[in-house]
Every structure is written in C-alpha cells, then in structure tokens.
Design a binder for this molecule. Sequence first.
Ligand code: IVH
Length: 687
Amino acid sequence: MNETLVDALTEAEAAAELARLAREITHHDKAYHTLDTPEISDAEYDALRRRNAAIEARFPALIRADSPSNRIGGAPESGFAKLRHRVPMLSLDNAFDAAEFVEFCARAKRFLGRTEPLTFVAEPKIDGLSISLTYEHGHFVRGATRGDGTEGEDVTTNLRTMKSLPQRLSGPAPALIEIRGEVFITKADFLALNQAQALAGSKVFANPRNAAAGSLRQLDVSVTAGRPLSLFAYAQGESTEPVANTHWDYLLRLRDWGFEVNPLSRRLGNEADAEAFQNEMALARSGLGYDIDGVVYKIDDLGLQRRLGFVGRAPRWAIAWKFPAEQATTVLREIRIQVGRTGALTPVAELEPVNVGGVLVARATLHNEDEIARKDVRVGDTVVLQRAGDVIPQIVSVVTERRPAHSVPFVFPDTCPACGSHAVRPPGEVVRRCTGGLTCPAQRVERLIHFVSRPAFDIDGLGEKTIQEFYNEGWLHGPADLFRLPQREAEIATREGWGRVSARNLSRAITARRTVPLDRFIFALGIRRIGESNAKLLARHYGSFANWRTQMLAATTVGSDERLELGSITGIGPTIAEELADFFAERRNVDTLDELAAELTIQDAVAAEAADSPIAGKTVVFTGTLETMTRPEAKARAEALGAKVTDSVSKKTDIVVVGADAGSKARKATELGVRTMTEAEWRDLVA
Ligand code: IVH
C-alpha cells in the first residue's frame, strides 16, 4: 500500500526491503504450509513475492542466499519421515490478466526462438495440496507432500486410505514413475466435515485447502481414512521411460492407469484461445463442486517443456493464470455507525484501502452488533475481507495473530451518532434503533415524507421530490417547519417547476391541514409499530392530545399505572407500549411534538363505541381486588366505553364495582345510595 515504488528505492533501502520480505515470506510459508493456518490472502502473499522478485530484478547483486525466489513452500516439520523427491516439486509463476499471459507466451517463444503459436493444455487450478506418488512396476510404494519442493513428508500410509488413489496402475507402466497431483476436498464435503468438527468440538478449518492439508497430514491414519479426500492427477516427476510426447497424451495415460484427471482440462490449439477458456472457467467457477483459483496453462509439447526448463522455483513452460482475488486482508481503521433512513444503526468498517478482486475496497459492512461480538472484530485488527460479485464487501474473520496488544472489544453505542438520541434494541431483535425519529437528521426526510402522506397529514402537492427539494434548501428541520412553508410562498413561486398558482395551492393545502384529527396526528409521528389502526386505538382511548401526551410521559416509567394501562389497551400490548415509552422518553421528541402541536389544532377523538354504550358519561369507581382483569385494564375498558374512572366515591359517582375484600369505598357507596355491582355484573354490562 504505502510501499515505495521499486524504481524509487535506493540500494540501502532495497537491501533492507529484501531482508524484510525474506522474513515475512518465510513466516507466511510456515503459516500456510506447515501450520495450515494462513494469515494473509493468497493475493497478498503473491504481492509480497512479486515485490521481492521486482527488487531482485533491479538489484541482482542484492539477491540473498535465503531469497524466497529460490525456495518454495514450508519445510517439513512434523512427526512424518522426510522423503526426497527424485525430481523437485516446483511451483508456478502467476499471471493476473491477459497481458501477463501474453507476456509469458512471448517469453517462452523468445526463449525457443519461435514465432508460430503454441499449443497449450489448460487445467483448472484447484486449491488443495500437491503430492507426489511413486509407483514401482505399477505398484504404489511411496507418497509425499511437496514440503519445501525438495523434501516432503512421507504420507504413504495416509494416502493408501484414499479411494481415488490407484494402488496399482492398470496397464503397462514404467519401472518407476513419480506422478503428481492435487489432493483436495469438495465444497460439500468441506461443509459437512466442518459441521462434524464443530459438533465434536474439534478444529474447524478455514477453507477446503486447509481442511485437505490438515486431513492428509494426520499422524493417526484412521483420522485420514475418515476424511473425504479427492485427487486429480496432473503432472509427472521422475520416470524411467518416456510415457508420452505431449502433456495431453500424458493425461490420457494417467486416466488409463486409473487416475482421475480433471474432466474440464482442455487442449488449446492456439495461445489466443486461452482468454476465452479463462472466461469460461471464471463463469463456471461458482458452480463447480470444488474451489479453483485460476487456470494452469501448460505448453503441450513435452519436447518444448524440456528445452524451456526452469527458472528459480518455476517452470518456463507453465503459468497459473489466477482469477482476480476476491479475498484480501487489510487493517480495520474504525467502526463507524451509520443511521439508516428508518433509524437502524448499522456498523460499517472503515478499512485501509485494499484491492479485492480488482476493486479497491475501503469499507465493508459488519451487519449488526451481534455480528461484531461473534467475530470479535476490533478497531486496529487485521481482517479478512471478501467480495463476491456485486454484494457489499464483508469481513469474514479476524487474523487474531496480528491483533495489536492494547486492543479492546468494540462497544456498540447506545446513543444515535447522528442526533444523540438514545438508541434501543427491543428484546429479540438484532437491530438497534435511534429513537429520535422526528429530530434525527439521518431520518428526517423519510419521516417528513411519511408525515405528509395520505393516511397521515395528507398534504396535497407535497410529495417525496418536493420534500427532498425543500429539505436540501435547509427549510425543513422538523415537521413544524412544514407549516411555515406558506411564509415562503413568494420564494417558492419563483423556483424552477413552480409558479404563483402552484405555490399558492401548496400554501392552501398546508393551511387546510392545520386542523387534524388526533389519530392522524399520532400516526404521522411515525413511531415504530404505530400504524393507522394503532393510532386510532390510542386516539380513541386517550381522547385528546393533551391527555395522550400526559399519559404517555407518565407511561415512560416502567411499572407505572399509566404504562400498565397503555399495555392493556386491546390491540396495543406491552411491546408497542415499550415503543411508545421509548419515543416519549426522548426529550427531543417531546420538544418536537410540542413545537408541532403549537402550529396545529388537534381534534379530540370521538370514541366510536362510547356514544351508545350503557356507561357512556358515567363516573365509575373500582374497589377491592378484581379477579378476571387488572385494575388498569378495567379502567382502560371503562374509558373506552365513554366512562370516567375516579378513585374516590362521592355523590357524583354512578357505579362502584366491588371486587374481593372491598373495604370503606363499598360501605360509603351503600351509605350514599350509589349503585354497586360485582365484577361479574360489570363484565356483563361492558361485554
Ligand atoms: S502443475 C511444475 N497443475 O498449483 C508444475 N499445479 O502454484 C507443477 N495446482 O503446487 C504444478 N492445479 O499445488 C499443476 N493442474 C495443475 C494444478 C496445479 C493446482 C497447484 C499445485 C502447485 C501449485 C503451483
């Protein structure tokens, strides 16, 4: 990222850089090959190697004895015996685009002094681990991992457990032959294996490649036997007799002997066909049963292969044309909380920009607070980033080995970063939301659009576009500002798309809505879960704006009578009561509400049921313990039917409902000759 361009390096800087790269590459080789736990993406690893190679090309005198260019993989390090490869197992150079592939072909042709096109064999490059299998007189005798390319680990016993590995070659074969191929695990087997591992509380593998390596390199062979390892054969090492003249024919021999050869392998008559094959494979990739990270192109003619030979760790006759990497690692600079138009707080990762699959990524979603906790993502962490197609880049995991010493777990804020209102997360929900809907700048436009919509204030001529337009002008901070728009009528009339008539009409439409029924008013506030029908229930129950406001403020106290009453309104319930309480607990909302109410005439609600109910207009007192309903519930029901509920009995009282263990109030009612009834009689009356 911030690396000096190779061309700008001084000799001293180059030497220091080569030392650093040798150290880093060695470290990552070990992490990848020996420990099966890579810390960086393949693309990043490739970038390190390329930089190393570029510096060496410019300063050949500085090439180190331990240069990563001269070695590959990781030295064997386990309980396995070492096995020397008769012919070294080398690696491949990479191409990342068509230009690099063309350059590779040009180099090969220059080397060969030839101009006519080359015939290639193209094989999907599987992400697994390469192995070398030795057959003597047709019998499998030894098998080894690549190791450092010269010496690998003797995994013969483990390999014998694999069904796809022929113990005997069918048909005539050289006295001794080394056959190379890739051991891998299919995507489906990988998922099943990880599930089983997780269930057993065992190590879960990061990817199919690590799972394959971890499965083969088991000291207990019975573990390997239980693992779903597959094998494709694709190359040769030592052979006591020539087997074929072309690589293509060699693959056919492998198949005849009983190996599986990747059926997608194809002979390309001309190097110009490579690009089409590359695109074809890129498209096929996601649908394949196994992971591939590119295509290997091998010059078909084995005679030409011999002439071309090797340079450093790679052959001159083959190249791996990689797909653009879709994973990369980078540093997480900051976790920013974004507030959506509906008040949802979404964490966004701000990253050290990194190239993922050809796209520079500086930001990724972290979904929600549980996700952050689950992955324990912290500011300063090195994270593995993934980009699939068009979807927003995601953080897959954290490279905990690279975590800074002083890092602390991320604490999700409980206030809205856009407006400072408190942000709440209802039980059972994953999303934390800002409660300052009316004031929060992140939600303002959305709220205003809702506010003027048909079932709310129903202001003609004020649509989404106009709201956005006036908002951009800075005219609309809260809903109260809508009612101040008529003051700008002259100014509006001069705007593009407006005229005197339309401006006048808008003013009229707004003014006409200064008188509003309570239920529409409540609905317009856009409180979560308060749709039209709940707004109606509330309006009917509380009757007037003033009463509703007082009751809601009191209901912010958990366990208060007002809160219980609110929760016991049929159709409301405790969850919605909590949303209302959250809204009113936010001072900014109440201020905005009051500012708005000052602009309006809010009409009382007419209780539909109340008009012809037997208790309409009556004053009711409940006393004693009610058995089939709570006190707030009884009160709510009575009020819904148009009664007034009071605490003390007087001559003005019409009905006293006497519950169990009633005391002085019941006596007083009898004294005053007020009508009393039992709970059951009351229920019949209001049923
Ligand atoms: S040929 C000297 N063919 O890619 C040539 N390698 O980056 C040696 N690989 O170590 C390799 N599919 O693990 C070859 N069809 C294929 C391959 C393949 C996957 C792996 C293999 C090798 C690495 C080189």
